[in-house]
Design a protein around this ligand. Structure first.
Ligand code: SF4
Length: 344
């Protein structure tokens, strides 16, 4: 995995939305939705971006897709900078980076037959040599997502939620992308259907060697399907590690609290739930120092003044927390972590 080429590299990405007020709509402040986020994804790898709603994870996805201009930072796709690419040059970007949205009911045009839904990106990007090649590609895309060929002649409303999400994935794959952004792609589905779609995506990733940015608030799903995890809080990444390391021994108090809320599959396993006090602060006025200090059960004086930086341990597990500057015996994160994950 580590020798695979990097497909997507994001450096110090910021997206601040202006807030306008008064009759003239003059800027009166900013929503600091994403405030200095960096990560990379290699071919064949899934990186999951997790955190509570409003933490900025979907804004990262939309920034990478260039759905709006960035405030600052760099996004490099297949070795080419795309953050400063003019709109007229974004065509090839749209092919290489595809998206699967959360809601399979509204993301498909109800007036287009499935065949036309899947054919659209193939035609737009000039991928088919002729009509026969177009038909072959549509049939292949349906087959790839395990839908029958006769699905092509039917309408989106004739399918269940899970089948519609398969159609959405087929449409994304038809563009022959290098990376797929899945924005809460299974959140709207029933539990059993969710598992089927997650298994399908895992299989496809292995078969096709795709890179995947999986944006989700559902850690149980993330644990099942990801290689690495980046945890976001209030516009910043606070922890990044491979799945086993992060779920087994979280190095940030916020991650520890998130994991404590994940249902344990083994009823004999014991885990104490950590209930965070207070609400997530406003991204308009983020707290000073560590942004998590208003809710952190281990807050120290230093945390209110000094912002911690993402720092790796000996294994490369990154965390932004002052606790790691304490002697190991005084670091409360070194106590036994979430039992179920430690056993994994
Ligand atoms: Fe908590 Fe301080 Fe670590 Fe922030 S830096 S997570 S407030 S202990």
């Amino acid at each position: 995995m580590s020798s695979a080429p990097v497909v997507l590299e994001v450096s110090d990405l910021k997206k601040h939305f202006p807030i306008r007020g008064g009759l003239l709509g003059t800027p009166v402040g900013h929503v600091y939705a994403v405030d200095g986020v960096s990560f990379s994804i290699r071919r064949g790898e899934t990186l999951s971006l997790v955190g509570e709603s409003g933490c900025g994870k979907s804004t990262v996805g939309k920034s990478v897709l260039r759905l709006f201009p960035l405030t600052s930072g760099q996004v490099v796709l297949d070795g080419k900078r795309i953050d400063d690419m003019p709109a007229s040059s974004l065509r090839m970007l749209r092919r290489k980076i595809q998206v699967v949205f959360q809601d399979p009911f509204s993301s498909l045009n109800p007036r287009m037959r499935v065949r036309d839904v899947i054919a659209e990106p193939i035609i737009n990007f000039g991928l088919a040599k002729d009509r026969a090649d177009l038909d072959r590609r549509v049939a292949h895309a349906l087959d790839t997502v395990r839908l029958p060929t006769d699905a092509a002649g039917r309408w989106p409303h004739e399918f269940s939620g899970g089948q519609r999400q398969r159609i959405g994935i087929a449409r994304a794959l038809a563009a022959e992308p290098d990376i797929i952004v899945c924005d809460e792609a299974v959140s709207a589905l029933d539990v059993s259907v969710k598992a089927q779609i997650v298994n399908l995506m895992q299989d496809l990733q292995k078969e096709l060697g795709l890179a995947m940015l999986f944006i989700s608030h559902d850690l149980a799903i993330v644990e099942h399907m990801t290689h690495r995890v980046a945890v976001m809080y209030l516009g910043k990444i606070v922890e990044v590690a491979d799945k086993r390391s992060l779920f087994g021994a979280p190095r940030h108090p916020y991650t520890e609290a998130l994991l404590s809320a994940v249902p344990v599959p083994d009823p004999t396993a014991k885990r104490d739930r950590i209930v965070l006090q207070g609400d997530v602060p406003s991204p308009i006025r983020p707290p000073s120092g560590c942004r998590f200090h208003t809710r952190c059960p281990y807050v120290m004086d230093r945390c209110r003044k000094e912002e911690p930086v993402l720092t790796p341990d000996a294994t490369g597990h990154l965390a932004a927390c002052h606790l790691h500057d304490l002697p190991a015996s005084q670091n409360p994160l070194n106590k036994a972590g979430p039992t179920a994950f430690r056993a994994a």
